[in-house]
Design a protein around this ligand. Sequence first.
Ligand code: NOJ
Length: 766
Amino acid sequence: MQRNTAIAVALGWMLASAAQPVGFAAQDAGLGAPQLQARVESLLARMTLEDKVGQLNQLSVDSLTGPERKVDNGDELIRSGRVGSIINAVTARETNAYQRKAVEGSSLHIPILFGLDVIHGFRTLFPIPLGLSASWDPALVEQTARFAAEEASGQGVRWTFSPMVDMARDPRWGRIAEGAGEDPYLGSAFARAYVRGYQGERLDDPTSVVACAKHFVGYGAAEGGRDYNTTEISERTLRDVYLPPFHAAVDAGAGTVMSAFNAIDGVPASANPFTLTQVLRREWGFLGFVDSDWTAVRELMLHGIADDERTAALRSFSAGVDMDMQTGIFLRNIPELVRSGQVPQGRLDDAVRAILRVKFALGLFDRPYVGESRAPGTAAGRGEALARRAAEESFVLLENRKVRDAPLLPLSASPGRRVALIGPLADSAGDMLGCWSGQAQARDMVTLRSALAERAARERLRLTFAMGTDVAGASDSGFARAIEDARKADVVVLALGESGRSTGEASSRSDLGLPGCQERLLEAVVATGKPVVLIVFSGRPLAIAWASEHVPAILMAWFPGMQAGPALVRTLFGESQPSGRLTVSVPRSVGQVPVYYNHLNTGRPRVDPIGLGADKSDPYFVTGYIDQTSEPLYPFGHGLTYTSFSYSQVRVNPERVSARVIGEGGSSLTVEADVRNTGNREGTETAQLYIRLRGTSVARPVRELKGFERVHLAPGESRHLEFKLGREELAFWNAGMSFAVEPASLYVWVAPDCSTGTPARAEILP
Ligand code: NOJ
């Protein structure tokens, strides 16, 4: 072994052995229970070295979700206790068959833990996670996660590789679709909600599945948005932005974490003792286990930090990865590494303990099998109602201008009205699935066209449909028919966007426009002069600058899942009011990327949101571009509805408080505001609380989200809101890299998005 490798490995192990939790996770999902520890220890005492290493091995069966051949001798490995976990088995019959081989065939009868990517539903499909996050409704997400857990667990799948809690500031990155957007505070709220939903009240409830917070960590910061790429993240940004949602997931009791593909400052995340051991175990007291992402351990050789498999296994395992996904690299190398003393026996025992803890906590030893009578079919009633509500809450109304004298939406359904439905995504069931659609079937997706046809028949509307073009094709041969339909219509509903498969893993884009010749179709349809409602289906924000100027109504629909059509039709006709808000900034062009709201002010801002620091006399020597503003097309938090709201009486109490009093915990500031529905329809507003700190030891973002609340108000109704700002909200990683509250001027907004409102002020004194 080379000297530098030896030092790094030794360092990794020193950190690991120093890993006495400094505090236990707030809720450990029962992983710390004494009876459970006793069962783990008694089993561990009976295990040979090979039995132990077998638990670190995870194999994929049937379908593959990464670049690797299927393992031929899977059955033999299972029977000899060399497989701790299987991924991609999806039916009760399959999971039971494998389980029988492990439980009845192997000498120690240790059950297998079945894992799967249940990302936004198992069979019943909800909107993609980015769409779900636009609801700003963690309670809703908890319900969708619980529903998915019930369906998956019914087939023996007791582990989901979700939630993906990676922060994403670059919409070129295809995996932005799988997360909750760009904000760590909101991302943390969703992280907790997913974990609570999947894991339920108790992990040993047979309908619970153990959650996996992924990808640890920094994966969303991939250079140029290119998937799997390198990241450069300072420790402060890591702690301020990328780690908090993971911390929230661990605090909520997430039983597993997946290590990421990317290198951070040259150290691959799947061999990173700082993140995997120092932060995760030592600082956060994580008691579960770390699974590598697919072949990530072996990829250490490609990263260039290992020349051979043995060193790759050594570096990853020593840094804190407990289970290897798919390559068998631990199985082949850890026994010898332990025998030779390069991996201490204690490290192996700790990894096995963590894996067994999760298996015992799930009740797998007591109930390894599931009933086979429950078909993995779509759950009727409840699933559909929840999927429709989730889709409705995910829609973000970006524009709704007046056509003649009223906003274009909602549409009136007067008999005889001619509606032209146009676009390649209007009737594409497969695309409604989005990425990671699990066991969902395209045939269960209700498209916009079919739901609109049903509505048209009921209300005697005259509906026409033309695709116009393909999603990504170059042909405009369908334009003429589409334009003809538009000309004859009273209103056009245009369904454009990306294909469901152009987001998710390995699906980064260098262009953020509408693919193919859809932009031309859009312009041609708008040129007819007919009122156009544009519905955008996508897994990322698209740069639709032309549309934002020329199309009166734009609804961001993401990929809405199985109730896409009914949810859209209810929204178009006003039975449901759009209530989604952006959780990512929408760029005007690729050249603006990364564009995110919680950036630093710089010393030469163009506009300072609180009117300070910007030198108004000099518009030239300022940050930004000479050919375009650096403001996004639509800001984080933006979203309209069919009514309007006003905010008043924003105040902070007390206006002077000591940093020490807040920093030592317990004490907090109260922020109050009144929000009123000023329109003549009911509607839901998401009140957003932002702060800014000035005078601190390190520069703080121009705004940071620190609270939010959805409020449903009747016309004319007001609601008094109250938020708390305590240590968690006001502390940050300061110049000495401590998480502390510092004396500062505090600015507080309660506003409908991150770019509006007038701040209230308070002083945080020494
Ligand atoms: C690779 C992906 O990065 C990860 O998110 C997923 O859970 C695994 N493959 C398993 O399919």
